[in-house]
Structure formats: C-alpha cells, structure tokens
Design a protein around this ligand. Sequence first.
Ligand code: PEP
Ligand code: MG
Length: 576
Amino acid sequence: MSFSLHGVGVSRGIAIGNAHIIERTELEITEHRISREKISKEIERLRDAVHQAKQNLRNVRSEIPETTAVDIAAFIDTHLLMLEDAAFTFDAERLIRDLECNAEWALKLQRDALAKAFDEMDDPYLRTRKDDVYHVVSQIQRILLNHAPLEHEVAGERLRGSIVLADELTPADSVLMQRHGVVGFITHYGGPTSHMSILARSLGVPGIVGVHGIRKYLSENEPLIIDASDGVVIGDPDDSTLTYYQNKKAAREEHISSLAQLRNAPSVTLDGHPIELHANVDLPEDFYSASEVGAAGVGLYRTEFLYINRTDSPDEQEHFDTYRSLIEALGGLPVTIRTLDLGADKDFDVEMGQQSGANPALGLRAIRLSLREPGLYWPQLRAIIRVSALGPVRLMIPMLSTLDEVRQVVANIRALQKDFSENAIEFDPQMPIGGMIEVPAAAICADSFAQYLDFFSIGTNDLIQYTIAIDRVNDEVNYLYDPLNPAVLRLIAMTLDAGRAASIPVGMCGEMAGDVRYTRLLLGLGLRQFSVHPSSLLELKQVINSTNVEQAQRSARAVLGTRDPDEFKQLIAELI
Ligand code: PEP
Ligand code: MG
C-alpha cells in the first residue's frame, strides 16, 4: 500500500526508481598499544594510508564528467586539501608517539577532538566541516583496516536508475552517484545548507534530506517516488500515483528544457516593464554559472565564504585576486561585492571574530564586527576599491541597523580613496556604495539611509528572521518563517518606497527573490531588480515575462491594505 514520508527537498524535480540502501555501520576502532621500537613503523603505516586515501580521491576527481558544475571538484578538493594538510597527519602522528597507540585509534581521538570543537560552535556551516573531517578520517581508517573505500558502495552499474537511501552521504558520493546513473537520494540526516544539499542543487539531482526513520519504513528494492519540490517520498506507489508523477516529471523536464531558450531573451513584463535579473554567488566556482544563465550581473557576492576551511583570514591581495576573477568571469557586467558578513550562522574559525553571547544573530555580526576589527575589514575595503579600476564594481554593506554605521563605512571608504589618489593607485571614484536592508530598523529608516547610499538590496533571509523574531537556522521554529507575514511585506514596501523617493535602485537578494511563488507580489510591490541563485534565474524570467505589472500592482496594494486575514489569503492566492 502506498505511503508517504516527509523531509526537506534540496533541489526541485522528481525521481522514480527502486530503493538502494547503503548501510554504513561505524567502523569498529579499538586501541592497541604499540611498543616504542615499532612507533616509527606505525607512523609509516599511517602515512601510507593517507597517501592511498589521496590517491583514491584523485581517482574520484578524475571521474567527474567535463560537463559537471565546477564546484563539485571543489568539494573533493576540500577533502584532498585536508589530507594534504601537514597539520592533519602531524597531530595523529603525535598521538601515536605520545600515547604509543595504533594509527586507527590516534585518528579516532583526533577526529573526536575536532568534532567536539565543532559541536561547541553550534554552527551549520562549521557542522558541514565536521562531516568533512568524519569522512576523511574514516577513509583513512578503512584503508588501515583493509575495508573497501566508502565510495565503492555508491558506484557501479547495478545502481543505475536507483534511489539511494543512506543515513548520510558525502560530496564524493554525490559525484559517483551522478556518474553511475543514480536518479535521486534520501538521507536521514542533513539540512539544506550541507554540502550534499548544495551539490544536489548544482547537479540537479532530486534529493530529500532529514527524512527521519527512513530505514524503518523503506526496504531494499522497494519502488519509490521522490518529489523534491515538496520534500515528499512516496513508497510503494499504486498505478494512479505512479502515472501522476510520471506525467509531472515529464512536464517538468519539458519545462526545464524550454527555459534554456530564455537565456538571451530580455526580461520584461507583459506590459513592458524591464526587470533586471542578477545572480547570487557564494563560491568562486559559481562565478561562471552566473554568466551561463545570462544574468545581468552579480547582485550578491557573499565574500565570507572566502573564509571557510581555514584559520587565517585572506589578505588584501587574495581578496583582490578573487574579485578580479569574478569581474573577468562576468565579462564587463556589474558585480556587487558584499563586505564580510561573518558571525551568527557564519562564524568561521578566523583569527578574530569568535562569536559570543546567548544570541549570536543579534551580536557582533557582519558590519558590526567589521567596524570593530579594522584589521579584518580594511584589507577587504582596499581590495574592493582597487578592483573597481578593473570593471563595474558595487560595494554592498551587510546588516546595517544604524545610520551611524552607514556614515562610518562611507567615511572609511572615502579615507581609503583619498589615500589611493595621493599614491596614484587606480580606482573608480564613482563606485556605488549600497546597503543591505535586512534589519527592520534599516527598513523603517530606509529614507534616512538613502541619503548616504547609492542603492539598497533587501535581504529577506535576515529581514524575516529579525522581523518575526525566529532563528532562521532553528528547525523548531521554522514553521513561523513566513515571507508572506504582513509585517515583512510592509517593511519590503517601505524600503521600495524609500528607494523610489530618493531615486536609488532597490533590489532583493534573499531567497524570497528566487521563489517564483512570490514573483508577482514582489513585482506588484514595485521590485524591479532580483538577485537569485543562477539555477532559479530562468524560471524567474519566465514568470516575469508572463506578468502584467499594472494588474499585480493593484493586487499588491490590496494585500497591503487589507486587515482581514481571509481576504489577505485570497488576494495572495490570486497573485501566485
Ligand atoms: C539575506 O539575509 O537575505 C541575505 C541575502 O544575506 P545572507 O543570506 O547571506 O544572510
Ligand atoms: Mg543576510
């Protein structure tokens, strides 16, 4: 009999296939004492295993098809870098020497210590790093114990057409799954910001994470359907369910291929309003995806991702080189470089800026941290100002909440520009300076902020969090996270009005901008610039090109005007 399970869909699309379960029982690692004279041999054994693990990963890397998104290789490289990091093996070797123990045990102790440190930080991005450590350590341990590499379980012809079920999966798994024709995956653990989720999106493989208890309900070879758009898993579907999803899948595939032809089409509404569609990029590997989908530019480059996987902070030259490659990848289109947004859920292990306090999202985050730490901030500002000589660059300030912050940043930039002029260093004196509107205080005072800024970008991810007072990374209150909350809509409208009154452009770069359910409403509220993940851009263009703005405006006005919740729901439904 058919039944359904629910989780979080991490890419859109439907997969139909038979279940293939991957059991990864924890390796049994026991402690052995190694006599003093055999210590150097044990260290040698560890080094050989690390070498072999590197070799295995390089083989996986060489299997990545040419056509695959570039960032997949980057994930494998993260594991390779870890294996190549001298400190990684040095610590394990030290443990072997100090404790006179076997290599497997030393690795386990080292892994546990790292995991504990990650756990204490309670940060989703760092938790992803913890998964990397687990994966890399178990690869080496398997080699030491003569087990087959983990990857072999998700590779092979027998997997073609199947849906993989596992407690959790790794980036390397995803490469091999795609290579060997796996059509979808379901995991017990994981969240939408894990590496697996990011990869699933970039590979276009439907996946659902966080389906608790999958092993209890699903068995090997069972026919399955997953609909990642809705986060639904259907087990043992009956004929009519199967036909329904086969048709839905075919319609989606046709829809996706029809979108490709929109790449060069203008983005303009039915009644002739041109709309700018920009791309959000996080990793240098994303730079080319933005131009591939025909984005008008980059509306948000989250530079804090330059800080992941390291304990030092990038210097001015490294910032400069990365921004230059972004400018080159975009070939003359405008790029918006957002200054550091470290802190809260992006608290990387850099030299400074460790988060503190009970409410890190309300603490020393983003521009607050930057202004407190000129040693961290100024090299970045200098790099952005320098790189403005090479192409159209816009500088964007995250998480502004007071006018004073705006004035301080602008003053810092002007001081640096003056210094550059005096030293004959080239830069663009007209470089626009904009601010993110993602705190209610900024939205309410957007008219004041507009006096000092050249553009706004609405960051709905945080604006929703701060307006409704819900932690955006806390599963327990996720049900309250609603972009359609009337308070959020009013703040968006206020920001758009303030931008219009001051004649400065207002864009939106939060996830709400890329969700086509809200496109008509946003157009109706007056939004004319969207910045979204490249994979959402063409679908968004399609909705825009089939919208009549005048009509959307009337409905949006009614949405803002009503105080009747039923009427509100009905008006929203008409706009979707
Ligand atoms: C936002 O808050 O909407 C935003 C785009 O910034 P981030 O998601 O990086 O906080
Ligand atoms: Mg934000």
